[in-house]
Design a binder for this molecule. Structure first.
Ligand SMILES: Nc1ncnc2c1ncn2[C@@H]1O[C@H](COP(=O)(O)OP(=O)(O)O)[C@@H](O)[C@H]1O
Ligand SMILES: [Mg+2]
Length: 267
């Protein structure tokens, strides 16, 4: 059924021992839609996204249901979830330097992402895929720079490399966990614009996670607000940005001096 959401999180709870990090949350993401997940540090955003990819440590107790394209992710075998990861569901993390291998050329790292799911791909086609992915994320001079190492790129370019790795297999859902938090404001705006362009161009669905509502409001169609492990508010991005009901303003980065920042500014 085409009208069913691509991803449904249903009564998800996550506990680490006696600490209940995520408490009975439910949300969905439609195909091609960006859901923003916003909340202060420690509110359970990363735990939620890691549960979707089954990357939480075995000690985490998870209840509820996560369904992707009708398939229950929590019930899949480790082998089956590996096939999804980086293929249908891809993730980009906050810290580009720690997520990249410093001693491997960036082209080889993007190629690894392809080979993980298409081990039989021919050398020439592989190189073309890598260069095309670099072009998609507007890295400079892909033909000449795929042999360069991470330290030869700027922070913003390194985040572009990670985005290239995430999109090279044309996933249906991209999870971006604080993808711009480590970057300065100008570069942050460029990366947000890139994600938005990719989302439209590839009909990507996206879960965009940030502690900063002003950032989330720039990319998300809808926003869910997390607080102490619960979703306390959900709604269209614009409406929420202009009259948040539950957000602890300081914690969510919505300081008074940000209040007049237009969420559609970079549109
Ligand atoms: N692997 C873990 N073991 C124990 N506690 C964890 C683990 N991961 C996260 N937590 C705890 O769960 C809560 C939510 O963390 P997290 O999802 O990382 O928050 P956020 O991403 O919103 O900042 C925090 O209290 C954190 O300390
Ligand atoms: Mg986090």
């Amino acid at each position: 059924m085409d009208t069913a959401p691509l991803l449904t999180v249903d009564h998800l709870s996550i506990a680490f021992g006696s600490h209940r990090a995520v408490k009975d949350i439910s949300f969905h993401i439609n195909a091609g839609e960006t859901l923003g997940l916003v909340g202060e540090s420690g509110s359970g955003k990363s735990a939620t996204s890691l549960a979707m990819l089954r990357l939480l440590p075995p000690s985490a107790q998870i209840t509820g249901n996560i369904s992707f394209s009708g398939e229950s992710l929590l019930a899949l075998s480790p082998e089956a979830i590996r096939r999804h990861r980086g293929r249908n569901l891809a993730m980009i993390f906050q810290e580009p330097m720690t997520a990249l291998n410093p001693v491997m050329p960036i082209g080889a790292q993007i190629a690894e992402a392809v080979l993980a799911h298409h081990p039989q791909v021919a050398r020439k086609a592989l190189k073309e895929k890598v260069i095309e992915a670099m072009r998609q994320v507007a890295l400079p001079d892909p033909e000449h720079r795929f042999g360069d190492y991470p330290h030869q790129f700027s922070g913003g370019q390194r985040q572009r490399i990670l985005i290239a790795m995430a999109i090279v297999n044309q996933p249906r859902l991209l999870i971006a966990d604080e993808p711009t938090t480590a970057l300065d404001v100008t570069v942050q705006a460029q990366i947000l614009k890139l994600l938005k362009d990719l989302q439209v161009r590839h009909q990507l669905a996206m879960l965009f996670i940030s502690h900063d509502l002003a950032v989330v409001a720039q990319v998300a169609n809808r926003v869910a607000v997390m607080h102490h492990g619960q979703i306390v508010e959900q709604g269209p991005a614009q409406a929420l940005f202009h009259s948040p009901q539950h957000i602890h303003q300081e914690a969510a980065g919505l300081c008074p001096n940000h209040a007049d920042r237009s969420p559609a500014a970079s549109g």
